[in-house]
Structures are given as structure tokens and as C-alpha cells.
Write a protein that binds this ligand. Structure first.
Ligand code: SF4
Ligand code: SF4
Length: 477
């Protein structure tokens, strides 16, 4: 009987052209740095009307949508191309970091706090409507990335501080690609572990190759959490033993393997909280831009007898990002716990099932940001034409203010599809987690989490069916 050889796993790093493009990080970072500088200049000195300014338009309409498209189709590409890291690397040539990031600040706690702060400030200060504020936000981001990483060694800004990074790490659980060793036997006999520690220069004139600054050791890495796709490990491995290959999207959410630099997800309270903030934050962020939010805000203001937007928003955030999740998750955990073989504290039950919410969260973010991206797809064209014309380079001709994007009637089924896919993914992950936690009573352990997913899906469908504010997109000449 002839044996059937298994087909070699696809490896994007060895795919002609694509592999070479991926490995040249500067090729992505330099244009994005120039673009970021252009956005800052236009935000500070260009027209202060959001739909006519590149900073607000590209940051709040295009960047966020494309980030999710990239995450879902390939992986953490926008972390790979991050221009903040280009400036940070340049700054580190002048000032080398000497301190270790404080132990008390490790994990995701700082990043979660900043993610909530960004969501809050976005609503409070209407960042989406202010080119000037958006420009300063970009500059602030550069300053924060450089300050943290010039003071502290490794990559603490990416790993623990950057709210965009934490968002990307969560969503990249659904990416179809993952870095892993080509041949684990080669790793078994590897002495240097250069993918983690870095490699000495191969020639006197060449720079040393950096190892993984995020502390991920390739043979023990599990999933995409904390991986910025910088590919430093690929450049450092002397055996050329790292591949970027396909895997089952979302599997890392229920496999719960112990991974290098991350550990087991179910034992990390910060990762559970990140998944919860990510999912409920998606609903909150979408709620912030549909018309019923104004009625709710008015009702809160009347009850409090205040005109302070800060106070009203604080109440809304506490209600939707603290009280609601606590009640729903505690209820689901209490119900689910009855089927588990051991009596765990409710917090532990939540930690074991929280990752199940991630696919739905990704679906809500993708539907929401996809709406803005698709309905405003071409709006940057006339704005770029006008910006160049104002500089005296009418290379792109006169602005065509009439261009927009897809009609809402076309986009809505796409939104619904993304929500349903997200909910299906959450159901699957919760089911697999229930099978793992309660092999004998999986259905009973799963039921409350399945019900929670259905409830949140219903809320998301209702939200996205409401009339949406066309934030930052052009509505006329
Ligand atoms: S990936 Fe390369 S450097 Fe890392 S352990 Fe394996 S062989 Fe060694
Ligand atoms: S494992 Fe580490 S070095 Fe490799 S791409 Fe991910 S973050 Fe970069």
C-alpha cells in the first residue's frame, strides 16, 4: 500500500514577493510614518471641518476599518507597520533603555485602562469631529511610545500600554495566520534560542538581529496574543525555522494552552477583563453613535439635574461597561457553575469563559467600523485632491466632492453577516470551553453563555439597525 505524503503547510514567508515584502518592515513603516506626519500637518493647519480634513477622515473612518480587515484576513499587519516603532527605534539609538518595566505594571491592566480612557475621551471630546485634536492625539501617541520604550527595555509600550495594540492582540485571535516553527525538532536541538534572545551580527558591518522583545519563545508560543508580527524572530533564527502559516481562526480562544510569555488565558484575569472590555466596549462604542443615545443622555441629565457631559457620560460608561457586564457575566457564571465538576468562585468561572465573547466582539467592531469604511470609502479622494491643490500641487486634479462609498442598503447585509459570523464563532468557542470545563454536562455549562451571546447579538443587531451618525464622512460640497 502506498503511503500518502501530507502536503507541506503553506508558508507566506516563503511565498515569492509576499515573503520579501513582509520581511521588509521599513517598507511599510516609512510610508506610514510619512502619512502620519501628513495627517498631523493637515490636522493642525488644514481645514477644521472633519469631513474635509485628512486626519479625521483617515484616522476615524479608514484606518479603523482597514485595521479590522487586515486583522481578519491576514493578521496584525498594522502593528507590524507601526510608525511609532520606527521613531522609537531611532530614539533608542540615542538613549538606550536601562530599566525593566515595573512588575506591578506588567500584564494588560494599563492598556485596558487606556483603552477605556480612549473610548471615553472619543465621546467626551468628539475626537472624530476635531482635526486639531486628532493631530495632537497622533503626536501624543508618538511621544508616549518613545518615552516608555526609551526608559524601559523590551517592548513594554506594545505589550502593556498601547490601547490599539491590546485591541489588535484580542482581535488577532481570529486571524487565519500564525507564526510558528517549521520543524519543532530543529528547535529541540537549538542551543541559542535566538528567536527570543537575538542573534549576533553575521558580518562585522551588519547589525545584530533583535530577538522577540515581547518575550515570546517560538517553540512555546501559543496563538497570536502579544505578537506584533514584527518578524524579528524570523530574522534572528539561524536555522530559518520560522513560518507564517494557516491555522483555525479562534482556536487559541478555547484550546487554552500555556504559551510562552502569555501563560494560560483562563488563568489571566487581565486577559479576561480585556476580552470583556473589548466586547462590551464594541456595543458601547456603537451605542454612542446611534440616535437613541441622545434620549438616554437627556434622561440621565434630567435625573441628575446637570448639564455636565462628563457626568452624563460617566454614568453611561459605568452602566454599560461595568454594571451591565457584571450582572450578565455573574448571572451566566452562576448558572453555568452548577454544571461544573468543581465549585469555583464566580470570578474564576468568568475567567474560563470570557474568551468566548471575543468573536462576537470582533463581529460588532467589524460591522460598526465596516459601516463607516464602506459608506465613506472614497471620501478621502476629494479631500486629498484639495489638500494637494492648497499646497500648489494640483496633481490629482480638482476635487470631486460627489464621491462617497457604498449605499447603506448594500452595507447593511454585510454588517448583519459580520454580526452573525461573530455570534456563531462565540457559540462555537463557548461550546468548546464548556466541553473542556464540564465534559459530562457540557450542554448545561454552555447554555447560559449561549444565551448571553444571543442576547448580545440581539442588542448589536438592534443598535446597527438604528440611524447612525455619519461621523467624519463628507455629506456635501
Ligand atoms: S525558532 Fe529558531 S531560534 Fe527559535 S528555538 Fe527554533 S531554531 Fe532556535
Ligand atoms: S513572536 Fe515576537 S519577534 Fe516574532 S513576530 Fe511575534 S512579536 Fe515579533
Amino acid at each position: 500500500m502506498s503511503s500518502v505524503a501530507s502536503a507541506p503547510e503553506p508558508d507566506l514567508l516563503r511565498t515569492p514577493v509576499i515573503g520579501a515584502l513582509l520581511l521588509r518592515r521599513r517598507l511599510w513603516q516609512v510610508p506610514l510614518l510619512l502619512l502620519a506626519l501628513a495627517l498631523v500637518a493637515h490636522g493642525l493647519f488644514g481645514p477644521q471641518l472633519a469631513p474635509k480634513n485628512l486626519s479625521t477622515l483617515l484616522v476615524w473612518v479608514h484606518y479603523r476599518g482597514l485595521l479590522l480587515v487586515a486583522l481578519l484576513c491576514v493578521g496584525n499587519l498594522l502593528c507590524m507597520a507601526c510608525p511609532f516603532m520606527l521613531v522609537r527605534d531611532a530614539a533608542r539609538r540615542i538613549a538606550r533603555p536601562l530599566r525593566a518595566w515595573p512588575r506591578a505594571l506588567r500584564g494588560k491592566w494599563v492598556g485596558i485602562a487606556l483603552l477605556v480612557a480612549v473610548l471615553f475621551c472619543y465621546e467626551l471630546f468628539d475626537w472624530w469631529a476635531s482635526p486639531w485634536a486628532t493631530a495632537w492625539l497622533i503626536l501624543g501617541y508618538f511621544a508616549a511610545a518613545v518615552s516608555v520604550d526609551v526608559l524601559f527595555s523590551g517592548a513594554p509600550f506594545c505589550k502593556s500600554v498601547c490601547p490599539i495594540g491590546q485591541f489588535n492582540f484580542v482581535a488577532s485571535a481570529l486571524s487565519p495566520l500564525e507564526l510558528r516553527p517549521r520543524d519543532t525538532q530543529v528547535c529541540d536541538s537549538c542551543q541559542g534560542h535566538e528567536c527570543l534572545t537575538g542573534a549576533a551580527p553575521v558580518a562585522p558591518q551588519q547589525p545584530a538581529a533583535r530577538g522577540c522583545e515581547l518575550g515570546l519563545f517560538l517553540p512555546e508560543k501559543s496563538g497570536n496574543m502579544d505578537c506584533t508580527l514584527c518578524l524579528d524572530c524570523v530574522r534572528a533564527c539561524p536555522e530559518d525555522n520560522v513560518m507564517l502559516s494557516t491555522r483555525l481562526p479562534g482556536a487559541e480562544l478555547f484550546e487554552d494552552r500555556s504559551g510562552s510569555g502569555v501563560g494560560r488565558r483562563s488563568e489571566r484575569g487581565d486577559l479576561a477583563l480585556l476580552a470583556i472590555v473589548f466586547t462590551f466596549g464594541a456595543l458601547l462604542n456603537a451605542f454612542g453613535m446611534v440616535s437613541p443615545v441622545y434620549a438616554v443622555q437627556r434622561a440621565i441629565a434630567e435625573q441628575l439635574g446637570t448639564t455636565s457631559e462628563f457626568a452624563v457620560l460617566s454614568i453611561l460608561f459605568v452602566a454599560l461597561l461595568v454594571v451591565e457586564p457584571v450582572l450578565l457575566l455573574a448571572g451566566a457564571a452562576a448558572w453555568s457553575r452548577r454544571a461544573l465538576p468543581e465549585r469555583l468562585p464566580l470570578v474564576k468561572v468568568v475567567m474560563r469563559f470570557a474568551q468566548g465573547l471575543v468573536p462576537l466582539g470582533v463581529g460588532v467592531w467589524a460591522a460598526h467600523y465596516g459601516f463607516h469604511l464602506l459608506t465613506g470609502l472614497w471620501t478621502f479622494v476629494p479631500v486629498a485632491q484639495k489638500a494637494l491643490a492648497d499646497l500648489g500641487f494640483a496633481l490629482l486634479g480638482q476635487p470631486h466632492w460627489g464621491v462617497g462609498g457604498l449605499r447603506e442598503a448594500v452595507v447593511q447585509p454585510i454588517e448583519l453577516g459580520l454580526l452573525l459570523l461573530g455570534a456563531a464563532g462565540s457559540m462555537l468557542v463557548c461550546w468548546r470551553l464548556a466541553q473542556h470545563e464540564a465534559p459530562r454536562r457540557a450542554l448545561a455549562a454552555f447554555a447560559p453563555w449561549g444565551a448571553l451571546v444571543v442576547l448580545l447579538l440581539g442588542a448589536a443587531i438592534w443598535l446597527l439597525a438604528q440611524p447612525m451618525e455619519m461621523r467624519g464622512t463628507f455629506l456635501g460640497g
